[in-house]
Design a binder for this molecule. Sequence first.
Ligand SMILES: *Cc1c(COP(=O)(O)O)cnc(C)c1O
Length: 357
Amino acid sequence: MSKVHNFSAGPAILPQSAIDNAIDSLKDFAGTGLPLITVSHRGKEFVAVMDEAVANAKELLGVPEGYSVLYLQGGASLQFYMVALNLLGDGQTAAYLNTGTWASKAIKEAKLVGNVQVVASSEEANFNYIPKEYSIPADAAYFHITTNNTIFGTQIHEDYEVNVPLVADMSSDIYSRPVDVSKYDLIYAGAQKNIGPAGATLVIVKDEILNKIERKLPSMLDYRVHIKGESMYNTPPVFAIFVINETFKWLKSIGGVAEIQKRNIAKATLLYNEIDRNPLFKGAAVADDRSLMNVTFVLNDSSLDADFLDYCKNAGISGIKGHRSVGGFRASLYNALELESVQALVDVMKEFESKYA
Ligand SMILES: *Cc1c(COP(=O)(O)O)cnc(C)c1O
């Protein structure tokens, strides 16, 4: 079969070495003679995987002392509620930046717990930019941002410096670039965009912020319980964690987040340059806020959409149909996607131009 270029927004492309080692683990896990998914998570072989997955998560992102790394379940969507349940005390207000569908869902869940103030929103422009002018109440329990808006193709390009604890949904750009973790009090990410298969959620939390919790929490929704249990309070998603660790090993082998950032910039630049040059297409997001991970773009003449998708299909380009809330196309350029795949897409755009422009 000829090469398929995987631009899927999530679940998404993973490094081939991670896939190959995952397949091997289903045959004989770490010399046990048994499939990974059939042995105890408390056996020394899996405990070693968990320990390594935590150590690699910390090493790659430079997680400072005083933070815990957790592998939980329930996806980023459960974190929308769990963050508020743990960090938004009675009578307090949490501040949120509304930059898209996922941010809106985070706001909705937090409102079930307490007061929420949306400090700014780009909804009036179909979330095609990141609001910059707003103030955060000095007494807010925390400020919540979505660093990369997977659906709309916008991204916050720097680590914010704010006057209250900072919480970030980094589901679709974690490990795509260096991050100063010390600026954040809690980071969460569903694995299936950039680091692994669905089923595990990575949480990086500053331990100190959990000292303020006053309400009684269900064990499964209490970060302190999972920290104490070292992500094994209950049975962890062993397969997902194994694959995440293999992805981390690959990322380390190529030079870590500094190197992947360079590659991600090169990929996104190649594609945005073509979108801007090609008279048939235009970008969906405001230029300054364009995402390096999810490139959203449309045809000026949307009646050609189906034809373009056919061209893509013939060239082995998969997963670029846009989300229904933006239309057009979305090319997700996660870490494991190679420049060669972006070039294949750019070539199709040029070919399409020669037929239709
Ligand atoms: C995909 C995504 C989510 C939802 O993740 P689940 O793991 O499916 O709950 C939340 N936030 C962002 C930014 C996403 O890209």
